[in-house]
Design a protein around this ligand. Structure first.
Ligand code: F0G
Length: 482
C-alpha cells in the first residue's frame, strides 16, 4: 500500500483495489450460533457457511481474485496434454523463481506427498524452522521425523523480534554433528511460518542456512506457500532490502533454495500448487509421482482455469501494493487488540491475527484445549469463525498421551482483499467483549477423536454449561443486537 498519512496522524491501511463482485453475508442470532457450534462438536471446521458471518478459518483458496485473473480464466486452453495455459504458468514460474523445471500439483500437500515419498527414508530426519500439520504428517508417514530448530524468539508469544521465523543455524550445525548429514533428508524452510503466527524469516537467515547446507551437502526445500507476506516483511523490516524490488527479493530467496514448492491456494490467490527446481535428477524422480498421483504433467490435477489464474496471480504477487494489503490489515487488528489489553501474538505477522489462548484463558488447563474453547466461544459471541492452532491440532504420541502444543493460538485469518475495515472493527469489538467476560469460558473434551489429523473431524463437548452463561451475559450487555 502506498504511504498515505492521515491529518489526524492515525495509521490507516488503505486499500489499493475496489470491490466489483460481492457475496451476501448473514449474521444469525447468538441462540442459533449456540445451536450451530454445538452441532459442529465445537469444531469450527464442522460449521456450515450459512451460520458464519466472517470466515476467518483460513486464507487458503478464499483470497479475492483480480479482474485480470478472472479474465485470464476465460481464455484458458483446456487439453489433456500440451496445454498452452500450462506453458504460461511454467514460463511465469521460471521467470520469477529462476528454476529450470516446474511440476504442477493439485495443492500444497500434494507437493509434500511427492517430496516426502522421494526424499524421506525410514530413520531420516527433516530439520526445519517450524512444521506445518500436513508437512509433518507426510514426513512421518514415510518413516521420517521432524526436528524444529527455530530461533529462541520464535516461541515467545510477545516479542519485538522482526524475524521469528528464522532457523537457528547453530542448532542446525549441532544436529548435523550429532546425527550425521547422511541421516538428514533435507532442510525445510517454511516462509511466513504458519503455526507460530505467520512470522517471517529474513533473507540473511536463509543465506546462513545455505552456508551450513553447502558445508554438509544438504538440500534446502522451501515451502513458499506464504511467500507473499514474507516478501513484504523482508522488504519493510530488513534494512539491506529496503531499496530492492519485490521481484529482486523473490529471486534472491529462490536462488538460495534447491527445491521450492507452494500451495497456490495461498500464493497467487487461486487454487492449485507446484514444485520447481533446477536439479534435473530430483525433477525426474518427482515427475514419475506427479503423473501417478496428480495427473498429466501439463495440469497436475488442477483445473486449467485455475492454472491461468495462478500465472496472473504470481505476477501480481510481485506488486508491493498487492502483497501489503494482508499484512497491513493484520497489523491494524493486532495493534487495536493489543491496545485494548487482549493477548495477541506480536509482532504482527502475515496470514492472520493470532490470539494467545494461554493468556486469554489462563484458567483453562491445556488438557482442556484453551485454543479450541476460545475458537468456540468467539464464534458464539460474533459469528466469526477462526481456527484452533494448539493442542487439538497436535496428535497423541504412540502411547496415546496428549502432545501439548508449544503455543495455544486462535488464528483469525485475514484472506487477502476480502474483508473491509468495518468488518475487522466488528470482529475486534466482539473479541474485546469476550476478553472482558473471559472468566465465563470453560474447557472442552473430545467426544469423537480420529487418530490422524483429528482437528479436521474431531468433535468436542463443553466440560460444563459455560456456553449458556455466555449467551445470557451477551443478551444482558448487548440487548437484541445480533
Ligand atoms: N504449507 C503451508 C505453510 C501451509 O500453510 C499449507 C496450508 C500447506 C503447506 C498445504 O497446502 O492446503 O494447499 O494442501 N495451509 C492451509 C491453512 C490449509 O489453512 O493454513 P494445501
Amino acid at each position: 500500500m502506498p504511504h498515505v498519512r492521515l491529518f489526524s496522524g492515525e495509521p490507516l491501511p488503505l486499500e489499493m483495489h475496489k470491490v466489483r463482485i460481492v457475496q451476501k453475508l448473514d449474521l444469525v442470532p447468538i441462540e442459533r450460533r449456540l445451536q450451530a457450534i454445538t452441532e459442529a462438536g465445537n469444531n469450527t471446521f464442522l460449521l456450515k457457511n450459512r451460520d458464519i458471518y466472517l470466515d476467518m478459518l483460513t486464507d487458503s483458496g478464499v483470497n479475492a481474485m483480480s479482474d485480470r485473473q478472472l479474465a485470464a480464466m476465460m481464455e484458458s486452453d483446456d487439453s489433456y496434454a500440451g496445454s498452452s495455459t500450462f506453458t504460461k504458468l511454467e514460463d511465469k514460474v521460471r521467470e520469477i523463481f529462476g528454476k529450470t523445471h516446474f511440476l504442477p500439483v493439485h495443492q500444497g500437500r500434494a507437493a509434500e506427498n511427492i517430496l516426502a515419498r522421494v526424499f524421506v527414508r525410514p530413520g531420516t530426519m527433516v530439520p526445519m524452522n517450524y512444521h506445518f500439520t500436513t508437512t509433518k504428517a507426510h514426513i512421518v508417514l514415510n518413516g521420517g521425523s521432524i526436528e524444529e530448530i527455530p530461533v529462541p524468539e520464535a516461541l515467545q508469544v510477545t516479542s519485538a523480534f522482526p524475524f521469528k521465523g528464522n532457523l537457528d543455524t547453530a542448532r542446525l550445525e549441532a544436529l548435523i554433528r550429532q546425527h550425521g548429514a547422511e541421516r538428514i533428508a533435507f532442510v525445510r524452510i517454511e516462509t511466513g511460518t504458519n503455526l507460530i503466527g505467520g512470522q517471517p524469516h529474513s533473507l540473511e537467515n536463509l543465506r546462513q542456512v545455505r552456508a551450513v547446507c553447502d558445508r554438509h551437502g544438504l538440500m534446502i526445500v522451501f515451502d513458499a506457500s506464504l511467500l507473499a507476506d514474507n516478501l513484504y516483511f523482508i522488504k519493510t523490516r530488513e534494512e539491506a532490502c529496503r531499496t530492492r524490488s519485490i521481484r529482486e527479493i523473490t529471486r534472491a530467496v529462490a536462488d538460495l533454495c534447491d527445491v521450492i514448492y507452494f500451495s497456490a491456494r495461498k500464493l497467487g490467490c487461486a487454487r492449485g500448487g507446484g514444485i520447481c527446481t533446477s536439479d534435473t535428477n530430483a525433477y525426474l524422480k518427482m515427475r514419475e509421482l506427479v503423473t501417478l498421483y496428480e495427473g498429466f504433467l501439463t495440469y497436475g490435477g488442477m483445473s486449467i482455469r485455475e492454472i491461468e489464474a495462478i500465472a496472473v496471480g504470481l505476477e501480481e504477487t510481485m506488486d508491493e501494493n498487492m502483497i501489503s494489503q494482508g499484512p497491513q490489515f493484520i497489523e491494524y487488528m493486532v495493534r487495536e487488540l493489543d491496545r485494548q489489553g487482549v493477548p495477541v501474538v506480536t509482532p504482527a505477522g502475515g496470514l492472520g491475527c493470532h490470539l494467545d489462548a494461554l493468556r486469554f484463558l489462563p484458567h483453562v488447563p491445556q488438557t482442556e484445549y484453551p485454543a479450541g474453547a476460545l475458537a468456540s466461544a468467539l464464534y458464539l459471541v460474533s459469528g466469526v469463525r477462526g481456527m484452533e492452532r494448539g493442542t487439538v491440532s497436535e496428535q497423541r504420541d504412540e502411547h496415546g498421551r496428549e502432545t501439548l502444543a508449544n503455543m495455544e493460538l486462535l488464528r483469525l485469518a485475514v484472506p487477502r482483499r476480502v474483508f473491509t475495515l468495518s468488518q475487522l472493527k466488528y470482529a475486534i469489538d466482539r473479541i474485546v467483549w469476550l476478553h472482558r467476560h473471559r472468566d465465563l469460558v470453560g474447557g472442552l473434551r473430545f467426544t469423537e477423536e480420529p487418530k490422524l489429523l483429528r482437528f479436521f473431524f474431531g468433535k468436542l463437548a463443553a466440560t460444563s454449561p459455560w456456553q449458556d452463561r455466555i449467551v445470557q451475559s451477551f443478551r444482558q450487555d448487548l440487548g437484541d443486537s445480533l
